[in-house]
Design a protein around this ligand. Structure first.
Ligand SMILES: NC(=O)c1ccc[n+]([C@@H]2O[C@H](COP(=O)([O-])OP(=O)(O)OC[C@H]3O[C@@H](n4cnc5c(N)ncnc54)[C@H](O)[C@@H]3O)[C@@H](O)[C@H]2O)c1
Ligand SMILES: [Zn+2]
Ligand SMILES: [Zn+2]
Length: 368
């Protein structure tokens, strides 16, 4: 079928909305119509050329919400009409990692996904016979796409997809960092560095876990206001003295749990140093620049602090994303303040501009 999609032709240039050919889903694949898609830093990171593993031409986008239109042979968990959220981090439910509760890093399709192919090593996207690669296994800046069944979470049909799509990436990453990776204990003290989509999700996750104190640190007063709306009990404008200030606020010890959601390695270090001696756990969510390293003075570790990392919040997507969506529908998570702009597919580059200007948390493309 013919679809319109935003194509990355060359790094550093605006995306071009074009007509492409989308082939029928093959075995284990699903064709979905996109209803909405968030515009994320990772899309911009690849579009800019900064991502060393990036490739072109490709259709970007990985925060999709859509409706299943048709399914390929052997697909049993989804049927036409189902509402789905896309998963750049799939869950096959069969590999060694999927069967282990300690990780969400499914091994099933990693290699082909990294190459921009569907699991059988080919693409469903093309233009005049030329193959167009898939991005993060999703390619959701498009009216429709084909994805592996194992990379789609079936969500409640009444969940508006222009909000549900946020659970495809940053929001679930933050929620999961607090709920899965750190497993925040009720009554504890947490510090979240960064109040973007990931950090705000982590604040909400700490709240849902019953944390008593949630301190959020950001450079923007506006974002700290959003953090209070998600349950932050205290907020702080970040600076070189942040560790000292957190130590003071916590009786000289530091926090039980800290979360880093800025991507800045100096802030990662602050997150480690703000964790409590004895048992403080610092969870890293941010993606650092190429070649950057996290500096930790070993004394911080010997005295009982621990460091963890979290990819997609440790969320096993097909199982847990639908549960997050249910909790949102039940009123436990307030998603409304995160959608700051609604755009059409043709305005996708505007989404990047808004992000660079830190204007709002998320622009969502509405396919109407
Ligand atoms: N681990 C994962 O699976 C995963 C998934 C999605 C995003 N990420 C990464 O998480 C990070 C956050 O993503 P986001 O979408 O929330 O980004 P964002 O840019 O919207 O938010 C980052 C926030 O950090 C704040 N900040 C910057 N410097 C700071 C400092 N020195 N002290 C305190 N706050 C500071 C900014 O003001 C901003 O509000 C990024 O690095 C992103 O690549 C990771
Ligand atoms: Zn994303
Ligand atoms: Zn798996």
């Amino acid at each position: 079928m013919k679809i319109r999609a935003a194509v990355l032709e060359s790094f550093g240039a605006p995306l071009e909305v074009q007509e492409l050919e989308l082939a029928e889903p093959r075995a284990g694949e699903v064709l979905l119509r996109l209803m909405a898609c968030g515009v994320c830093h990772t899309d911009l990171f690849t579009a800019s050329g900064a991502d060393p593993s990036g490739y072109s031409p490709t259709v970007l986008g990985h925060e999709g919400g859509g409706v299943v239109e048709s399914v390929g042979e052997g697909v049993s968990s989804l049927a036409p009409g189902d509402h789905v959220v896309t998963l750049f981090s799939p869950q096959c439910r069969e590999c060694e990692h999927c069967l282990d509760s300690r990780t969400n890093l499914c091994l099933a399709i990693r290699e082909q996904q990294g190459l921009g192919h569907l699991p059988d090593g080919t693409t469903r996207l093309s233009r005049d016979g030329e193959e167009i690669r898939h991005f993060m296994g999703c390619s959701t800046f498009a009216e429709a796409t084909v994805m592996p069944e194992i990379a789609l979470a079936k969500v409640h049909p009444e969940a508006p997809l222009d909000r549900a799509c946020l659970f495809a990436c940053g929001l679930s990453t933050g929620l999961g960092a607090a709920m899965n990776t750190a497993k925040v204990a009720a009554g504890s003290t947490c510090v979240v560095f960064g109040a973007g989509m990931v950090g705000l999700g982590a604040v909400a996750g700490c709240r849902l876990q019953g944390a008593e104190r949630i301190v959020c640190v950001d450079l923007s007063e506006e974002r700290l206001e959003l953090a209070r709306g998600q349950g932050a009990t205290e907020t702080l404008v970040g600076g070189p003295d942040t560790v000292e200030r957190i130590t003071e606020m916590t009786g000289g010890f530091g926090a039980d749990y800290t979360f880093e959601a800025t991507g800045n390695v100096a802030v990662m270090r602050q997150a480690v140093e703000s964790a409590r001696m004895g048992w403080g756990l610092a969870t890293m969510c941010g993606v650092a620049g190429k070649g950057e390293t996290l500096d930790v003075v070993p004394r911080f570790l010997i005295t009982g602090r621990r460091v963890a990392g979290s990819s997609f919040g440790g969320v096993k997507g097909r199982d847990q994303v639908p549960q997050f969506v249910e909790r949102w529908l039940a009123g436990e998570i307030d998603v409304e303040p995160f959608v700051s702009h609604k755009l059409s597919l043709d305005e996708v580059n505007r989404g990047f501009e808004l992000m660079e200007a830190q204007d709002g948390i998320r622009s969502v493309i509405d396919f109407g």
